[in-house]
Design a protein around this ligand. Sequence first.
Ligand code: RFL
Ligand code: PHB
Length: 391
Amino acid sequence: MHTTVGIVGAGPAGLLLARLLHRAGIDCVVLESRDRAYVERRQRAGILEQPTVDALREAGAAQGLDARGLVHDGIELRWDRRSHRIDFPSLTGGRRVWVYAQTEVVKDLVALQLDDGPPLVFEATVTSVEGADTDRPVVRYTHRGREERLDCAYVVGCDGFHGVTRAAIPESARRTYDRVYPYSWLGIMADVPPSCDELIYAHSPRGFALHSMRSPEVSRLYLQVPGGTDPADWSDTRIWDELDARFAVDGDWELRRGPITAKSVLPMRSSVTEPMRYGRVLLAGDAAHIVPPTGAKGLNLAVADVVVLARALERLHTTGSADLLDAYSATCLRRVWRAEHFSSFMTTTLHTAPDRSGFDTRLQHAQLDRIADSPHAAAELAQNYAGLPLP
Ligand code: RFL
Ligand code: PHB
């Protein structure tokens, strides 16, 4: 098989890139190692920033989002039994965020692609990408027990943090920067209406907690737990009691409890691989960078990468100019490092490090007080959270 752009991975990055290229008249093929049901069920992010929503709308992939997405104009921060609301539109010149699960984004994009899009091959496991520095890179993969190859003009690795495309860039030409945080998140899904209209990010001496949601009927909550925690050690009652303690605030607020339908632990780390292009191989989304989820940036960064990349490939296709493609890595990395900084800031401001001192805790409170007292500090948070405009 051959194509213009071979895309490895059908997560949000690969699927949206395929959609954008298809609309620009550029041939592509998406190879995905998992089956459709698995890809559509994988529970991950829940917050779409304004530029992500704009991109999905422009790609004609926002029908579900516009019908069922929940528009949020702010978030609440809690610490020291106090709360402070950050209002996005007034601090960002009108931007807001949408609560719409990654599972829904993926389902919408898969349906569009199977209906009227370029080939999307499930259960096609890419084993290697070869010839990054040649004119015809090759993707080798296995499908239905057979070894196959896809000859391409360009290959884009949208295969996530554990993907294989990154290895197509020789070790001598790439560098990875990373940080592992000394805690994880225990995430739960509960069949109970959310106890808040907007997300609550809570810092407490017992650790961080986040109240999010999936719909008016389903709550999504997270607790900071030690790395290596087994979800089986957390009974439902223990989880609700701990959430109650961490969200405690003066005034009358109550956390609604309900049946917990899923529990999982996710590690927290930051990682960036540079550059995001080598010859005719490009990386996008988690394949190139990951962030801790505290800033809700992972999915949004993946979308930003592929919007920049699709624009660059379209320019090459229509004018023959490779200028945007040559700038791809630097353009994306500037946004990536901004998001890494914001995610790290949110993480270290709100979590309780195992080796913290009283001094550290007071610095965290001073930072949170500053956000509450200063419109400038609040605006910095709001602009990063609601999404900086795409370049
Ligand atoms: P994805 O979504 O990981 O998709 C990569 C796809 O590539 C496929 N793949 C392969 N296909 C063929 N051959 C191979 N050799 C392949 N190797 C891998 C995979 O099966 C998969 O379908 O990356 P993408 O598209 O870049 O999208 C990025 C987002 O998924 C990610 O940034 C966020 O979900 C991160 N993230 C979260 N972000 C948030 O903002 N809030 C969250 O609550 C949140 N929770 C999470 C997360 C990421 C998680 N991972 C990666 C462990 C929870 C988890 C568990
Ligand atoms: C989620 O709803 O899963 C979610 C929301 C905000 C975050 C992280 C995860 O910062």
